[in-house]
Design a protein around this ligand. Structure first.
Ligand code: HEM
Ligand code: HEM
Length: 227
């Protein structure tokens, strides 16, 4: 059967850049204050990725759209039952269960990046909005920045195990398709174009917004403490 383009280029870039960004955020947060600058820059970039995926869910090619893979709880449940019974109903884009990773990532990674803007290591590094809220609120957001990451690790773990199960347990080659964008064994129609120009325009708008958010609108830090 002829291979069809299903996952557009911006969606694939989003996916693999997200994986790299989350790994880098984990590593830079563990390495300590020397690497906090990198943690901040990659954090802003991750926030940009999430805003992009949110917009792409409305303006991207067919299989990137929320309307394509957000199903009712009833359908998700029915899919789960069939899957557990060893059946593999075919979906060209995300299946009803797998599609849940998209809103989960947008909510959790989005919340992680936003709470990071208010976080502080209480020594050298503080997010640009730390002084914009009361110290109780700041402490609460800082706490969330620590806790949400555990949830991200949990959903990433479930996602990776599920993908490996489809790939090697059920012999459905999902991983290659997230690299090439192409699927062979599918009834659905190809997306035709990746809409790369549209993605670049939105990426530029998001970059300008982030510059404004971080470099212009953020409150001036009160003190450079301990120097
Ligand atoms: C190296 C490990 C990973 C592999 C092999 C992998 C593989 C895949 C594959 C094959 C899909 C497409 C699923 C389908 O056909 O329906 C997918 C989708 C997705 N994965 Fe992963 N993934 C990995 C790590 C992660 C991590 C760490 C995250 C973040 C928590 C993540 C978030 C997502 C998201 C959000 C989607 C949906 C893509 C979209 O529609 O934008 N993945 N992944
Ligand atoms: C989605 C992107 C991000 C991820 C995945 C992430 C992840 C993490 C993790 C895992 C920690 C260590 C928590 C712990 O030790 O328990 C941390 C700490 C920290 N992050 Fe992030 N972060 C992100 C974005 C940001 C952003 C955008 C900022 C600020 C601009 C930021 C500022 C901080 C600070 C200041 C700390 C130290 C907090 C402390 O020591 O109490 N993070 N981050």
């Amino acid at each position: 059967m002829q291979k069809k383009l299903i996952w557009d280029i911006p969606l694939r870039l989003f996916h693999w850049l997200l994986v790299i960004a989350l790994l880098s955020q984990w590593i830079t947060s563990e390495l300590g204050s020397e690497y906090m600058d990198w943690h901040f820059y990659i954090g802003y970039f991750t926030l940009g990725l999430i805003i992009f995926r949110l917009i792409w869910g409305f303006v991207g090619p067919e299989y990137a759209r929320f309307s394509q893979f957000i199903y009712s709880p009833k359908i998700i449940w029915q899919y789960l039952i069939l899957f557990v019974k060893g059946k593999n109903p075919k979906y060209t884009g995300h299946n009803p269960l797998g599609g849940l990773i998209v809103p989960a990532v947008i909510l959790l990674v989005g919340a992680q990046a936003i709470t990071g803007l208010f976080a502080s290591d209480d020594v050298l590094s503080s997010g640009p909005y730390m002084s914009a809220v009361s110290s109780e609120t700041q402490g609460m957001l800082d706490g969330l920045h620590h806790q949400i990451f555990n949830l991200i690790l949990a959903i990433a773990g479930i996602h990776i195990v599920a993908i490996l199960w489809y790939q090697f347990g059920r012999k459905i080659p999902l991983i290659g398709a997230m690299f090439s964008g192409k699927k062979a064994d599918t009834e659905g129609k190809s997306i035709g174009s990746s809409k790369v120009l549209r993605a670049i325009i939105f990426a530029i708008i998001i970059a300008i917004f982030l510059y404004w958010l971080i470099a212009i609108a953020a409150p001036t830090p009160e003190v450079e403490y301990y120097f």
